[in-house]
Design a protein around this ligand. Structure first.
Ligand code: MSP
Length: 685
């Protein structure tokens, strides 16, 4: 089995995570999940970068040891990834002993290659970047990434002979990697890296004497290892490099680094040069993505313009945010983040697209096939060639994943949902067809609804790498009990929906959001406050109220058995006692004719009725036996709720409810009668 090792950058622990960190982690998780589904032996690493000047500064300000700051923030990242369903195999902290031994080992190898020397050094230092910039790169004395004023720093450092590696680096950029892909994705960024190297590499200072918080530099007392050399090595120390057991290193290295474009130079120039010097393999590929922008500037803790989407997660759930991050950014390019775009995408793709299509198809199947999936598979039906359509979608989706065109993978899901929707509209499985026999209509509906539910099963599998919990919930609603992690390419083949399998009744998967109401409910104060709070703080507030932040819209067993209850939809439905017309229209009221009735034995009040609702005949049980006899009911038409979740009453499954007024004195039921000329099945509104 082919091995594939994905890494995220390891995040600084001087502050809480924001949407930029979340993005990198979610897209890496999505890629790792895809390649696992594709049958590869995938390993996925993330972690925290805990040394360096930034953390030392925060600790000094708080009057605590730097490890206290690190110990506080590392679990924040770890827990956030858990909440977001990130399926990493390992989490490394650079303050762990296993990391330190690997760093010492690589430095020993680099030193043995004659690539280290000591010299004095002066340069413009950006603390948030933990990097020196040449004067020509500064923008009016400011950092080109953060826009902050830089300090001129002078100290004695250990230098790495980076200049020696220009030739070999340029050769690396010319070669195609094992997958026939360039060393850096996208290729436009490879060109930037190439020009940087071609413009001449200076040796790199790889130790610091001005700070104490770092790994002591082997053989250079008073120096600590430069935080970037320290941090980059995490990718191999987490595989046991430099330890007595290097089996993971042998199995998984070289890896694929998914990073933001801000740290490309470190990954595509310095890191391969360190590895070349140490005689180790260079990374398999560096995949660099763009920035989420706010105010046309990269979001960053040091500029304070970060989006912390706590409210969005609390109201719409983790998977809605995962979907937005993957589907709304063209991978590799920059994009700007706004709550408005999030809500528009949520309503279009998740509420209307996925949620609505699943509810419609499942409801029809439940109605026509006694609460089950259809009894027959599709036959070749002239209107649409589903097996071919789905297979073509799957292969475009796979090609998009393999070429890192993540937004296209989401586009395939959207397109397939659109095809299902127009297939339903064209075939109108609900429509009466007077010239069909009972068998013919049942076969027709079975074929059409099998196609719809089966296509939705494929959609769920395609969704699994991006939004795994939502995918599992869609499968559950189709009567399939699977973990996202167990899906494989064989699941993408057409024709696997179980026949005649029970379809559970379920509330809306992604209830439609009212943007106006959402923003009004946050109010100016609330919006301001949320900018100050982190994903985690907000989650804690929410859980203390007994609600689950991560699971809001997908209720029931949505998160793969993590026990989330349907949480309050604070922003999704009006809290007033009045309901909207849309709410009312959710109730499917129909005229039905009672064709048989009998009092339920052992019950004083219950009457079992056989009711004809248009083409369909159902059993409906009502508490009317003290007011009516069976004879009084048969042949009469009343109003029924046709889309009520089934319920068992005295062991009889009731599929609907009869409407009745309650008499003020006796509390007896008085059924709502209908003009006998109105046909059964007619809609009441
Ligand atoms: N600790 C270093 C990385 C060392 S890797 C050996 C670091 N950490 S960081 O906490 O600043 O996180 C950097 C990463 O977060 C970026 O490379 C990028 O992947 C992600 N993002 C941070 N801000 C971002 C945006 N505004 N938009 C998208 N991703 C960004 O650098």
């Amino acid at each position: 089995m082919a091995a594939r090792y994905f890494t995220t950058p390891i995040y600084y622990v001087n502050d809480r995570p924001h949407i930029g960190h979340l993005y990198t982690t979610v897209v890496t998780d999505t890629l790792a999940r895809y390649f696992r589904l594709a049958g590869e032996d995938v390993r996925f690493l993330t972690g925290t970068d805990e040394h360096g000047q930034n953390i030392e500064k925060v600790a000094k300000k708080e009057g605590v040891a730097p490890i206290v700051v690190a110990d506080r923030h590392a679990p924040t990242f770890r827990n956030l990834w858990k909440e977001f369903g990130i399926a990493n195999d390992d989490f490394i902290r650079t303050t762990e002993p296993r990391h330190r031994v690997g760093v010492e080992e690589i430095i020993r190898l680099i030193d043995a290659a004659g690539d280290l020397y000591t010299a004095s050094h002066e340069g413009w230092y950006c603390a948030p970047c933990e990097a020196f910039y040449p004067e020509k790169d500064l923008l009016e004395g400011k950092c080109p990434v953060h826009g902050t004023m830089l300090e001129l720093q002078k100290e004695e450092n250990v230098f790495f002979r980076l200049s020696r590696y220009s030739g070999r680096l340029l050769e690396l950029y010319r070669e195609k990697g094992v997958d026939g892909q360039p060393f850096v994705y996208p290729e436009s960024r490879l060109n930037e890296v190439r020009s940087f190297v071609e413009s001449g590499l200076k040796d790199l200072s790889v130790s610091r004497t001005s700070i104490k918080w770092g790994i002591p530099f082997p053989g250079r007392p008073g120096h600590v290892v430069y935080v970037w050399l320290d941090a980059l090595v995490n990718y191999i120390t987490a595989l046991g490099f430099g330890s007595p057991d290097e089996s993971l290193y042998e199995r998984y290295w070289p890896g694929i680094h998914v990073i933001g474009k801000d740290i490309l130079r470190f990954h595509a120039v310095y890191w391969p040069a360190f590895l070349m010097s140490a005689g180790l393999s260079v990374p398999r590929q560096v995949v660099s993505h763009g920035w989420w922008l706010r105010d046309a500037r990269k979001m960053s803790k040091s500029t304070g313009n970060v989006v912390k989407p706590d409210d969005l997660v609390a109201a719409f759930g983790v998977d809605a945010l995962r979907w937005h991050l993957v589907s709304a950014m063209s991978f590799g390019q920059d994009a700007s983040f706004s709550d408005e775009d999030f809500l528009a995408g949520y309503n279009a793709d998740l509420a209307n697209g996925l949620g609505n299509t699943v509810s419609r198809a499942v409801k029809m199947s439940r109605d026509f096939f006694d609460g089950n999936t259809p009894p027959k598979t599709s036959t070749k039906n002239n209107s649409f060639e589903w097996p071919e359509t789905a297979a073509a979608s799957v292969s475009r989706w796979r090609a998009a994943f393999e070429g890192y065109r993540l937004q296209e993978t989401a586009g395939e899901i959207r397109a397939l949902l659109g095809a299902i929707d127009s297939y339903i509209t064209t075939n109108e499985p609900w429509r009466a067809r007077p010239n069909y026999s009972f068998e013919e209509i049942s076969d027709f509906r079975s074929h059409v609804l099998f196609d719809c539910l089966e296509a939705l099963r494929v959609v769920a599998c395609l969704l699994a790498p991006i939004a795994p919990r939502a995918a599992v919930e869609v499968l559950r609603r189709l009567g399939i009990d699977r973990r996202a992690e167990d899906l494989r390419t064989s699941d993408l083949a057409w024709g696997q929906l179980p026949l005649n399998a029970p379809l559970p009744a379920a509330p809306p998967l992604f209830p439609r959001a009212d943007a106006k109401e959402y923003f009004a409910s946050r109010g100016a104060g609330a919006a301001g406050a949320s900018k100050e709070s982190s994903v985690i703080e907000e989650k804690e507030k929410i859980s203390s109220k007994g609600e689950l932040a991560g699971s809001a819209p997908v209720s029931g067993a949505a998160s793969g058995g993590e026990g989330d209850a349907p949480s309050k939809q604070v922003f999704l439905s009006s809290s007033e006692s009045k309901i909207s017309i849309d709410d009312f229209m959710k109730i499917d009221l129909r005229v039905g004719e009672v064709i048989a009735a009998e009092k339920v034995e052992k019950s004083k009040k219950l009457m079992k009725m056989t009711v004809k609702l248009g083409e369909e005949v159902r059993t409906i049980v009502g508490g009317i036996a003290t007011a009516y006899t069976a004879e009084q009911l048969v042949g009469k038409k009343f109003v029924f709720v046709a889309n009520l979740a089934p319920a068992k009453l005295m062991g009889i499954e009731s599929n609907g409810m009869v409407l009745a007024a309650t008499l003020p004195d006796t509390f007896e039921a008085s059924l709502l009668t209908v003009d006998p000329a109105v046909p059964s099945g007619a809609k009441v509104k």
